[in-house]
Design a protein around this ligand. Sequence first.
Ligand code: FAD
Length: 307
Amino acid sequence: PYDVLVIGGGPAGSAAAIYAARKGIRTGIVAERFGGQVMDTMGIENFISVKETEGPKLVQALEQHVKSYEVDIMNLQRANALRKTANGLEVELANGAVLKSKSVILSTGARWREMNVPGEQEYRGKGVAYCPHCDGPLFKGKRVAVIGGGNSGVEAAIDLAGIVSHVTLIEFDSKLRADAVLQKKMASLPNVTVIMSALTKEVLGAGGKVNGLRYQDRTNNSEHTLELEGIFVQIGLLPNTDWLKGTLDLSKHGEVIVDTKGETSLPGVFAAGDCTTVPYKQIIIAMGEGAKASLGAFDYLIRSSVT
Ligand code: FAD
């Protein structure tokens, strides 16, 4: 069996695998798609010590670093189930194979919920964005919309208002769901407008760039167009944890609940990165958490009687 089996090959899983392999213990990594969300990222400007890079370039470096150690990389493999057995843990893959390990690190990441409207895919990364911490500065002095009036949407509007010229927050419901203190803060900002009861219908663009947004006023079905340069979609981040339901404790948002060492409710199972309850979903945070979960797993192994 493996000593440490990592599920997920994004920044968190890569860091976890490297930290485990450096302890000289048997390490494997299963990834549906090595690189994870970073593969879908164009410019990265907040990976500290690297002023500017691109997703696929960073993934290549990650892969090289992992491959410089003795790590079994099982790419293009999906984990379907996790089980505790009498003498360790088992992970079942979609292809039917069963891998045994003394400890497991879950780092299956998350995905942004999309609006599913025409233009969204076409203009993804060309005005349609999902992460204000990542892409906010690209819209300095420009006009943007934030879609979604929950905590993340209102936080994004407040954050962006300090960078861009104007923010329009669009909420589907007739009221905002964000905490009152955030709503109050947003209402105090002169360059934020809120439109309630609005259904986003289409992302508009020309010349490969976003130039507007079409929405329907749900109170009277009239349609309207906003002229703007950017759209931040803040309607939820979905952790890739459906396959873990009933196996270990998840938060109400489906995130794996971890303690300060990254351990989950199932002894010997650790988790790191965007699939966990740890706040702020960022590459550098996922890597740090991956390293931490791996050290947590090592700690567990040297204390456990499992041989
Ligand atoms: P992920 O990167 O999501 O990796 C998850 C891994 O698990 C993948 O390998 C996936 O294939 C695998 N997986 C999932 N389910 C299974 C399964 N059942 N079995 C096996 N494998 C599975 N962050 C920044 O810091 N700076 C940025 O500029 C930035 N820009 C971004 C731009 C975009 C468009 C997006 C989508 C995200 C961006 N982020 C950015 C966020 C950043 O990419 C994530 O925080 C980070 O990738 C999380 O790492 P992770 O390892 O936890 O998860």
